[in-house]
Design a protein around this ligand. Structure first.
Ligand code: ADP
Ligand code: MG
Length: 347
């Protein structure tokens, strides 16, 4: 890496915070975890949730997500939407593991205590929490720049949990519902491309009030091999599955499902939003070919579209995602590279 280049989000986590060797040195004086507790830690940094043995055969699935004004939401966002989204992004990480929500903590930094704002924020938050029977169990409150940090706790069978590391060669790659609308809306707000107010009305809710696919995740236990939620962009997030599973992939980019609004846009914009757009919180998952019918039945049962968008391939040397167009032709390399770049908070 070039010395003058800033560290990316994932590089800095790996460099300063992820300590897999320490974790594994059970019994060593270097280990910060006692051997007794080591047995409880089933999965650490690097997946959508960590897994801790719950002692009853199931595991606690734990995840944290933070939203910062100006970075994750616009200053004029509706407080009820913000309450919803703060919890939705955390529920989405449970969904990506196939875990069932149990409870969450809420840490708030607020520039000032405004009664009306807090009433709306908490209503948005609790409406979603109640829909998932997920209890607020604690937190912290301080003055400061508007920041919302939630840690969420769910339960899952550790043998079936949808780990990023479990994709197998020859798996189908699937995505739920449609992707790209949140990015399309963001571009509208930023005047990156023209959007009519009717179009914004269609796609803006996908950015402000995403739907975590909790029921889908739960139903995929024992069916799918691996899953991730699409928070940073479909290709970038899929890359995490491929990396941890040591497989490659081909993606049929024009088969990636888009909304009617996005389909009306140019092919270039549609590809950009579906492949690289973040904030969709749909599930991208891999499953054996033998489970196609079961997955279609789950989709029908939930009234949720599920679409096959590619397959995993054997890893030869480097991690590679091949992007194929509607005629099954590989995209030119420069275009492929452009799409493969994902969102990174520090670059
Ligand atoms: P997600 O998008 O699923 O929320 P992220 O991409 O934010 O996950 O993070 C990738 C992994 O790194 C996750 O396992 C997360 O728990 C972990 N992680 C992120 N930030 C830190 C940190 N400061 N210290 C330790 N682990 C972290
Ligand atoms: Mg995630």
């Amino acid at each position: 890496m070039n010395k003058s280049e800033p560290l990316g989000e994932f590089d800095l986590i790996r460099k300063f915070f992820d300590r897999p060797n320490l974790h594994r040195q059970t019994g060593s004086v270097l280990s910060p975890i006692s051997p007794k507790h080591q047995d409880l830690l089933q999965l650490g940094i690097g997946d959508d949730c960590a897994l801790l043995d719950a002692g009853d055969g199931s595991s606690w699935a734990i995840s944290s997500d933070m939203l910062v004004e100006g970075r994750h939401f616009l200053p004029n966002v509706h407080p009820a939407d913000l309450g919803h989204k703060s919890l939705a992004v955390n529920l989405s990480d449970l969904a990506a593991m196939g875990a069932t929500p149990v409870g969450f903590t809420l840490s708030l930094a607020l520039p000032s205590a405004q009664d009306e704002w807090l009433a709306e924020f908490s209503t948005g938050l609790f409406t979603l929490a109640d829909a998932h029977h997920c209890q607020l169990i604690g937190g912290d409150t301080t003055a400061g720049p508007l920041t919302i940090s939630i840690t969420i706790f769910g339960k899952v069978n550790p043998q079936l949990a949808l780990k990023r590391s479990n994709a197998q060669v020859g798996d189908d790659i699937w995505v739920s519902h449609v992707v790209g609308d949140a990015r399309l809306a963001l571009g509208g707000y930023r005047h990156e491309w023209p959007m009519s107010s009717a179009e914004m009305q269609m796609v803006a809710p996908r950015m402000h009030t995403p739907t975590p696919r909790v029921a889908l995740g739960e139903k995929l236990l024992g069916i799918a091999h691996a899953a991730i939620d699409v928070s940073d962009g479909l290709l970038g997030d899929l890359r995490h599955i491929l990396q941890r599973s040591h497989v490659n992939a081909e993606i049929w980019i024009d088969a990636v499902p888009a909304s009617a609004t996005l389909k009306e846009k140019s092919l270039e914009l549609r590809r950009l939003c579906t492949l690289c757009g973040g904030d969709d919180y749909e599930l991208c998952f891999t499953a054996p070919v033998s489970k196609r019918d079961a997955i279609m039945a789950i989709g029908a049962d939930l009234g949720l579209q599920v679409t096959r968008i590619g397959r995993t391939l054997e890893r030869s040397a480097e991690l590679e995602i091949q992007l194929l167009d509607a005629d099954s032709r590989r995209l030119p390399e420069n275009l492929e590279q452009q799409y493969l770049k994902s969102f990174d908070h520090f670059k």
